[in-house]
Design a binder for this molecule. Structure first.
Ligand code: SAM
Ligand code: SF4
Ligand code: SF4
Length: 335
């Protein structure tokens, strides 16, 4: 029996955020005025252990999850992440295990992550212009470091690699075409993401959003594109193929063309709360159950009840007012 939410959507994907910490301070995600030295990050004993995460993941796979993405914060700042990968990898029924990272620590870790069973990676890289990229990550990490991470991932066999770029008007929109051109023909798929009103600290305004349509038009003018079919129902990115056959790009249009109707994603926060929407204000605590001695059956019942009650479709209902409502931070729940 397939578990469905109130809008008939099955549970298929799990995103696990393993930490709320990050070594970057991307202006659109963890602005340093907010995430400065006084910011109260989670304490070590508040985080789910790898054992606890794996137990929740196993139950979720039994309930229908096929794909797991590890994220954060920056997942590679959590110690020995490959050990979590190795535990998740052997869950019976799991089809796909991937990771989203800012790439700054990937050159050192790609090989051992692949050996532990990681299948693919998505690396965030917002611009190839070093000055623009440094200004966006706001910690002075250069483009070269991330490119080294990407090539280490390639050598370790973590294919197909995707590159995520958030586009913010007036900040990096003039570098979109260069980014697309650089990866064209390499097999690496760049996915351009509309700047979203996640969290409550990134000063989001509609005028900062460059729509997927604008992005496709910019690229198409120089390197002609045609639409491609979705790989599967619920795919987040819209696919566009280069007409000369040299690969594809994606656009993630959660602002201009929301896709809640196909949203099959559940998110687990670092301290063990389940979020049924990226834009949720409150999660459902699971850590209490884990640490209170609940059986697998009790866990399963609780989690299934959370999914059955789900009716989120934030992006379809977004208005100027909802953008200002309290929401979980992206750096906490992990994109
Ligand atoms: N630190 C890792 C990274 O940057 O890839 C993983 C976590 S990060 C929160 C996951 C993705 O969310 C990244 O690709 C990032 O660019 C994207 N992201 C963060 N804030 C965003 C925003 N306001 N709008 C759109 N995407 C955002
Ligand atoms: Fe860190 Fe990723 Fe957020 Fe940038 S987008 S601040 S790298 S969590
Ligand atoms: Fe899914 Fe919520 Fe995003 Fe809609 S707004 S696609 S329900 S995460």
């Amino acid at each position: 029996m397939t578990l469905s939410d109130r809008l008939g959507r099955p549970l298929r994907d799990l995103r696990i955020s393993v930490t709320d910490r990050c070594n970057f301070r991307c202006v659109y995600c963890m602005p340093r005025e907010v995430f400065g030295p006084g910011y109260a990050f989670l304490k070590r004993d508040e985080l789910l252990t790898y054992e606890e995460i794996t137990r929740v993941a196993r139950v979720l796979v039994e309930l229908g999850v096929e794909k797991i993405r590890i994220t954060g914060g920056e997942p590679l700042v959590r110690r020995d992440l490959h050990e979590l990968v190795a535990r998740l990898r052997v869950i019976p029924g799991l089809r796909d295990l991937t990771l989203t990272t800012n790439g700054s620590l990937l050159a050192q870790q790609a090989k051992r992550l692949a050996e532990a069973g990681l299948q693919r990676v998505t690396v965030s890289l917002d611009s190839l212009d070093d000055a623009v990229f440094r200004a966006m990550n706001d910690v002075g990490v250069g483009v070269e470091t991330v490119l080294e991470g990407i090539s280490a991932a390639g050598e370790a066999g973590l294919w197909p690699i995707k590159v995520n770029a958030v586009v913010k008007r007036g900040v990096n929109d003039h570098t979109v075409v260069d980014l697309a051109r650089y990866f064209k023909g390499t097999g690496i798929i760049v996915r351009f993401i509309e700047f979203m009103d996640v969290g409550a600290t990134n000063g989001w305004k509609l005028e900062h959003v460059v729509t997927g349509r604008e992005i496709v038009e910019m690229i198409d003018r120089e390197m002609p594109l045609e639409p491609a079919e979705a790989n599967y129902r619920g795919e987040v990115a819209q696919r566009w193929r280069y007409r000369d056959g040299s690969g594809e790009i994606g656009v993630i249009t959660s602002i201009s063309q929301p896709f809640c109707g196909d949203c099959t994603r559940l998110r687990l926060s670092p301290e063990g709360e389940l979020f049924t929407c990226l834009f949720g204000a409150k999660g459902h605590d699971i850590r209490g159950l884990l640490r209170g001695g609940a059986s697998d059956e009790e866990l399963r019942e609780r989690i299934a009840a959370v999914w059955r009650a789900r009716e989120d479709r934030y992006s379809e209902l977004r208005t100027a007012e909802t953008a200002g409502l309290p929401k979980v931070e992206m750096s906490h729940i992990g994109g």
